[in-house]
Design a protein. Structure first.
Length: 295
C-alpha cells in the first residue's frame, strides 16, 4: 500500500485528510463485492475527506485492479437491453458535437457502448480489465481490448473518449485523465459520467446512498470534478444530469432495501419487464475539450 495514497488527496494533493466513515467490512473482499450490479448499498471501505477540496476517497483500498480482472457479472449481461438504451442516449448527445470519428470507451464492460457506437457509424473500440466481460464482447465480435488504459495496441489519438461510471473506481484519477488528454485529438471531446456526492439525494440519504459501495473508491461533486479536469488540461463545453434505463423489477428489488418488509408488495408479472427512464439527478455527465494551450 502506497503512502501517497494514504496521505495525499487524489484531486488536489493535500495531505489534510480526515476519516469520515469506517469500513463496513471485516472479512476479505473478493470480485463479487466489485460487481457492476452489486447491491450492498452503503457498504464501503474506510473513507477519508480532504479538508482542502472536499474530495472523498478510500485510501486504504487502492489496489483494486485484480478484483476487476477476475470479475464475473451475469446480471450485468441480463440487463444489456436497457443499458444499450442509455448508451445510445449518451451517444446522441455526442453526435450533436462529433457526428463521426474514432471513439474509445474506457472501462467498456462487455462492449455495449462500443456496439452502439458502431451501429451509429463511429469507428469505435474499448478497453476492459475483466477477462469475463471482455470475453462476452469477443463472442459478439466487438473490438474490446483486454487490459487497462493506456495500453499498447491503441491509437495515439481519438476524436472521442468516453469514461462512463469508471472514474469513481480508480485510485489514480488524475493520472488517468492526463493520459486521456494525451490521447485525445486536438479537436476531440472527452465525456465523463460519475455519481455526484454533492447531489440533493446523496445528502438526504447520507451513508445509505446507493452509490456508497465498496467498488467506488473516489467520490466527486461538481467542484472536485471541475478542479481535476481543469488541472489535467480540459475545459467544459456541456454539463447535465444523465438519465438511466431500468426494468421496473430491477428498480423495485433495490428499492426494497429502503422499505420495511410489510410494505414490499409483489409486482404483477406483466409489470416486471417494462423498461423506464430514471433520472434522480445524482450523477454528473460532462463533455470536455482540450484547453487551447493543450492543443
Amino acid at each position: 500500500m502506497s503512502e501517497e495514497f494514504i496521505n495525499t488527496c487524489w484531486v488536489c494533493g493535500s495531505e489534510s485528510l480526515q476519516v469520515v466513515k469506517k469500513s463496513d467490512f471485516t472479512g476479505d473482499l473478493d470480485s463479487k463485492n466489485f460487481a457492476i450490479t452489486n447491491s450492498d448499498y452503503g457498504k464501503t471501505g474506510e473513507l477519508s475527506k480532504c479538508l482542502n477540496c472536499g474530495f472523498i476517497q478510500c485510501s486504504k483500498e487502492n489496489d483494486v485492479i485484480h478484483y476487476y480482472e477476475n470479475l464475473v457479472d451475469t446480471e450485468y449481461e441480463n440487463t444489456r437491453e436497457e443499458r444499450k438504451l442509455q448508451e445510445k442516449r449518451i451517444l446522441k448527445l455526442i453526435q450533436k458535437i462529433k457526428p463521426s470519428g474514432k471513439l474509445l470507451d474506457i472501462g467498456a464492460g462487455s462492449g455495449i457502448m462500443v456496439e452502439s457506437a458502431l451501429e451509429m457509424g463511429y469507428d469505435a473500440e474499448g478497453v476492459e480489465p475483466s477477462r469475463w466481460l471482455q470475453g462476452q464482447a469477443e463472442k459478439k465480435s466487438l473490438p474490446i481490448h483486454l487490459g487497462t488504459f493506456p495500453m499498447e495496441g491503441l491509437s495515439k489519438n481519438y476524436d472521442i473518449i468516453t469514461l462512463v461510471d469508471v472514474i469513481e473506481h480508480v485510485p489514480n484519477p488524475k493520472e488517468l485523465l492526463s493520459n486521456i488528454c494525451g490521447h485525445l485529438d486536438k479537436d476531440g471531446i472527452f465525456v465523463v459520467i460519475t455519481p455526484d456526492v454533492g447531489s440533493l439525494i446523496a445528502k438526504f440519504l447520507k451513508w445509505k446512498w446507493w452509490h456508497f459501495r465498496v467498488a467506488h473508491i473516489g467520490y466527486f461533486n461538481k467542484r472536485t470534478l471541475t478542479q481535476i479536469t481543469r488541472d489535467t488540461g480540459f475545459e467544459q463545453i456541456k454539463a447535465m444530469r444523465p438519465s438511466w434505463y431500468f426494468r421496473i423489477e430491477y428498480l423495485v428489488e433495490r428499492a426494497y432495501q429502503y422499505i420495511p418488509k410489510f410494505l414490499r408488495i409483489p409486482l404483477p408479472r406483466f409489470f416486471k419487464k417494462i423498461i423506464v427512464p430514471v433520472n434522480l439527478r445524482d450523477s454528473l455527465l460532462v463533455i470536455y475539450r482540450k484547453e487551447e494551450k493543450q492543443k
